[in-house]
Each structure stands twice: as structure tokens, then as C-alpha cells.
Design a protein around this ligand. Structure first.
Ligand SMILES: Cc1ncc(COP(=O)(O)O)c(C=O)c1O
Length: 429
């Protein structure tokens, strides 16, 4: 394709698509194909993908087992859309989820299929907690991100997204996340103190909603001890304990759930993003049976039966979670990632953040992080920043990425830090 043709085609987006688009502004290319951890633009240039659909592609693009399962299913005229009717595809997913995820962990959850996005799963969780307790107040944390529909947005901290509501966001009280006031302040103690004081002004909560690692909020990782304390506070004060595992789950931090091995049993868990394994929309709210008090169709939606996603999700569970091999592989890559990021951070007097394959480096500010991400993109790496000021350069590589490609991608990150921080240093001298 010649350049003028390409420019004309990009102009279609300018002309027709809403201004709300965002990632296309950071990565202004026409993408066409993708395999594993590589995306190709329409000129055939390969980019390593350290964004992975914002953790929706933990098993990579077009993972062969998942793709084959979906092609077979479509070829056999399998049902694509089934509302919430019983289908073979849904049974396959539920049975695999029970066998590979719930039973081995001794977890007992009812699986609610919500509308297909993460925000839908969060909306369902909040509604249910309020319904179960007869209370309105939900406690959510500083820098938390839970989606942008009004109920979920009320729980989201991000100022830019909150502004988009243009209406009061209610029913949520903000508490400080682990480490918000530095390592010496136990914010769980602060929350306990507020909830124990009938005149603190904090209403009795229906739920405490938390991410174990705040993906959009800047890779703040809560300690297991803090999370256990938060769970105990929820129990003591009659609130449901909800973990939003939409970004940190499905192996991103190591285990299938980001809270695996922490001794936590949340009352509700929300999941979406990589659940389908192929980037197909699929979200669930996992509910302890005693809180599954929905009446039929009380919370519904037309797209709760994405049968193509059920097929790929079941294939992902069979392929990656039937034994401990994948988890061990992710742990190895995460250790390598830590080592490389710590070296980059040390070289520039910065610090690393996050956990597992969800880590990054905190720069001195958004402009610096943007410059680094832009340089990476110029060199063929797709990567973004998160945090209050977009100051954390965040690595979300597919978990299936080869060691060689991970190393090469990190070489680009390393060089970009060197170039941007080096030139800023030179400019300051
Ligand atoms: C932790 C968490 N919760 C909820 C959401 C919202 O999911 P969705 O964008 O699919 O509505 C996100 C999205 O980034 C998220 O990271």
C-alpha cells in the first residue's frame, strides 16, 4: 500500500470515529494481524506487544489451541449467541472452571454471567452486596479502577474518568490503599478505626471492594497481610469482601486468582479481560452461594451468553490450568522481569512496582513515562503507562511470550529509559 492510501485510510478514523478513542492516539498505526506476542501493522512491520489488550490477552494473540477450538466450533455451526440458555459450550466452560479452578482451591462459588465487560461484572457485584446487606455504602480504595459505568465509576478513583460522568457519583466512600501514606502507616488500621467509631461519618458498608494489584492505578501491590486484615474488617463490620480480579487475575500475577495462596476467601470475585483467553468479551461475577440471592432476570443483559468465548475460555483452562506447568513458567518469567526492571530502576535511581507479570518502573512523572513509551513504540514495542499521573511504565506482556522475545522487548525498554533520562540529564547540565 502506498503512503497516500494509508493516510487516507487513517483519515477515516479522524472523520468518523468519536474523539473518545485513546490507545489509537498513542499507537497511530493500522494494525492487521497478530500472533503470540507480536502484532503486525498493515505494512507488515512487527511490534512486540507489552500491552496485551490491557491484560486481555494473557495467552497471547490467536493462541493455537484456543483458535483451533473456536474454528472447530464455528465450522460445526455451534451456537454463537444463546442469551442465557443452556448450551453445550456453556456447560463445557462451567465444568472446566469447576474442575480446574474451583475444586482444586476448595472454593465454592456460583458463577454469574454478567454482560460481557469488566464493568458489568463490577456492577453486578455492587448491586448484589447492597441487596444482600440492605446497605448502600461501598468502600473502595484510592487509585482503584473498576470500570466507567456509573456504579463502577463511583468506585473508581481516577479523576479523568470520574469527570466524564458529569453527574454525582454516589454510594462509595474512599479509603486509603495499602502503602498510600508510605510504608509506616497501616491504612487497614485507619479503616478499622473509622468503621468502629459510630460518629466517624463513614456509614456501615455493604461491601469492601479491592484490587490486590492496582493495574490502572499505578501497579500498587497490596501485601497479603493487609488484604487479610481488610477481609477481617469486612467480616467484623458485616460487609461483603469483594476482590476485583479483572486485570490481576487469569495468571497475570502468577496464580489463576491474584489472591491464590494468601488465605483469602472473598465473598464475591469479579473476572473478565483474559477469561475468554482470546480477547473475546466474557465476564463473570463469582458469588458465595449464600449471597446468590438474585431473582431470575433481576440483573440481566442480552450478551451474557458469548458461546464463542465459552469455547475459548474452556480451551484456555484445559490448556493452561489443568496442571501446575504454566504457573511455574509464569513464575520463572516474572522473576526474570523483576531482575531486569530492578536493574533499569537502579540505574536511574527509580523504583519498581507491581507483582508477577504485572510490573513496571515508576518514573519521575507522566511526561517522562510518555516519552519512554513513545520511544519504545518507535523501536517496535507497544507499551503504556499507568498511575495517577501516568508515571509508571507498565509491562503487561503476554504470559506465553518466549524468553527471547521478552528479553528483546526489555532491551528496548532499557534503552528507552537510558535515552530519555540520559537526554534529560544532559539538558539539565
Ligand atoms: C481492575 C479492573 N476492574 C474493572 C475494569 C473494567 O473492565 P472493562 O474495561 O472491561 O469494563 C478494569 C479495566 O481495566 C480493571 O482493570
Amino acid at each position: 500500500m502506498n503512503t497516500s492510501n494509508n493516510t487516507t485510510r487513517l483519515a477515516t478514523f479522524e472523520r468518523v470515529e468519536s474523539q473518545v478513542r485513546s490507545y489509537s492516539r498513542s499507537f497511530p498505526k493500522m494494525f492487521d494481524r497478530a500472533v503470540g506476542a507480536t502484532i503486525f501493522d498493515d505494512k507488515g512491520r512487527a511490534y512486540t506487544d507489552f500491552l496485551a489488550g490491557c491484560s486481555s490477552l494473557n495467552y497471547g494473540h490467536n493462541q493455537p489451541d484456543l483458535k483451533a477450538a473456536l474454528i472447530d466450533y464455528i465450522s460445526a455451526d455451534g451456537i454463537a449467541h444463546g442469551l442465557d440458555m443452556f448450551t453445550r459450550a456453556k456447560e463445557k466452560f462451567l465444568a472446566s472452571f469447576e474442575r480446574h479452578i474451583l475444586t482444586p482451591r476448595g472454593l465454592d462459588y456460583q458463577v454469574q454471567f454478567t454482560g460481557p465487560t469488566g464493568a458489568n461484572a463490577v456492577e453486578a457485584a455492587l448491586k448484589l452486596a447492597r441487596k444482600a446487606t440492605g446497605r448502600d455504602n461501598v468502600i473502595a480504595f484510592t487509585n482503584g479502577f473498576h470500570g466507567v459505568t456509573l456504579g463502577a465509576l463511583a468506585a473508581t478513583g481516577n479523576g479523568k474518568h470520574r469527570q466524564g460522568a458529569a453527574t454525582p457519583l454516589s454510594g462509595v466512600t474512599r479509603a486509603a490503599f495499602d502503602g498510600y501514606y508510605g510504608p509506616d502507616v497501616n491504612t487497614a488500621d485507619m479503616l478499622e478505626r473509622q468503621l468502629s467509631d459510630p460518629s466517624s461519618g463513614m456509614d456501615a458498608p455493604a461491601a469492601i471492594l479491592v484490587e490486590t494489584v492496582q493495574g490502572e492505578g499505578g501497579l500498587n501491590a497490596a501485601s497479603a497481610e493487609w488484604l487479610r486484615q481488610i477481609e477481617a474488617i469486612a467480616r467484623r463490620h458485616g460487609a461483603l469482601f469483594i476482590i476485583d480480579d479483572i486485570q490481576a487475575g487469569c495468571g497475570r500475577t502468577g496464580g489463576f486468582f491474584s489472591f491464590d495462596g494468601m488465605g483469602l476467601t472473598p465473598d464475591i470475585v469479579t473476572m473478565a479481560k483474559s477469561l475468554s483467553g482470546m480477547g473475546l468479551p466474557l465476564a463473570v461475577t463469582l458469588i458465595k452461594p449464600e449471597y446468590d440471592t438474585w431473582k431470575p432476570a433481576e440483573h440481566n443483559g442480552t450478551f451474557r451468553g458469548n458461546n464463542h468465548a465459552f469455547i475459548t475460555a474452556a480451551a484456555a483452562l484445559e490448556t493452561f490450568w489443568a496442571d501446575g506447568g504454566f504457573e511455574a513458567e509464569v513464575a520463572r518469567k516474572a522473576a526474570y522481569l523483576s531482575e531486569r526492571l530492578e536493574a533499569i530502576a537502579d540505574a536511574h535511581g527509580l523504583r519498581t512496582k507491581g507483582r508477577g507479570m504485572m510490573q513496571g518502573v515508576e518514573t519521575q512523572g507522566g511526561e517522562q513515562a510518555q516519552a519512554i513509551c513513545k520511544l519504545c513504540f518507535d523501536k517496535g514495542l507497544i507499551i503504556e503507562a499507568s498511575g495517577s499521573f501516568d508515571e509508571v511504565v507498565k509491562i503487561l506482556a503476554p504470559l506465553t511470550i518466549s524468553q527471547k522475545q521478552l528479553a528483546a522487548g526489555l532491551d528496548i525498554v532499557d534503552a528507552a529509559f537510558g535515552a530519555v533520562l540520559g537526554s534529560q540529564l544532559a539538558a539539565a547540565e
